[in-house]
Ligand binder design. Sequence first.
Ligand code: GLN
Length: 308
Amino acid sequence: MTDVVQHILEDVYALCAADTSGAVADYIPELATADPDRFGICLTTADGYVYEVGDTRVPFTVQSVSKPFTYALALADRGEEAVAAKIDVEPSGEPFNEISLDPVTERPRNPMINAGAITAASLVAGDTPDEQFDRIRRSFSRFAGRDLELDAAVHASESATGHRNRAIGHMLRSFGVVESDPDAAVDLYFRQCSLIVTGRDVAVMAATLANNGTNPCTRDRAADPVLIERVLSVMTTCGMYDGAGDWVNRVGLPAKSGVAGSVMAVLPGQLGISVYSPRLDGHGNSVRGVLACRELSRRLELHFLHVG
Ligand code: GLN
């Protein structure tokens, strides 16, 4: 079995490496310095076995792959009802950085787009933004199984150019969705996005979701099992933004992408996958990430609607 999975990973890697389409994100200037040719695939099983090929130990910033984890923390800290009063769970069909709220509910449509993610960050427990950030950092570290650190250069770069997210933050404040200082909430979100991970870390974080909140490598409880179902549900419907429909159709796994070039996918009870490759498609999803997940899903029969 071990050899079969490793062999499939290597095969998919070779196939997808040939695709050099897409472009590295440059709206956060520091992200544009990434090597576009980096490519790594990592698969971690829910009992902690790690398969990897390519650049799985290269550091990059977690970006929007952070969103499910902060959402889990907001749910843990405030309870499902209080969070639901602030953030919907409806797919938006819009880009991740859309400056919009649902016109009827006047809430962000879901926690996977920036409006919902900034709100989720504002709900994390802590008396000061620094305490909130420390709570986020420690929670992500439990998911990854090692101490994660901030990339100060990426944080500074996003902070210097993040006007659109600030507009979203102030919109949220004006509608009473964010009740604290909106600039602090946005900066907290920038910091969570700037945490440094590797492809291997992301696969372990995914496997922790797959393993109902317990890190399969360290055996640490990172989140309450009752919350995992909530988190995986919104990842399924909203994780790939306006590419979510095609993703569910062709890959069929709860997932989340980030603009640094990573894609994280989860097969509940079974395994977590991460693909890192910085060239992105028009939705802001890694081109090879999407392609590799499609191939892995097909070859390993991972689609959650697949009937053996
Ligand atoms: N920090 C990035 C932003 O808000 C994250 C976006 C993403 O990864 N899709 O623009």
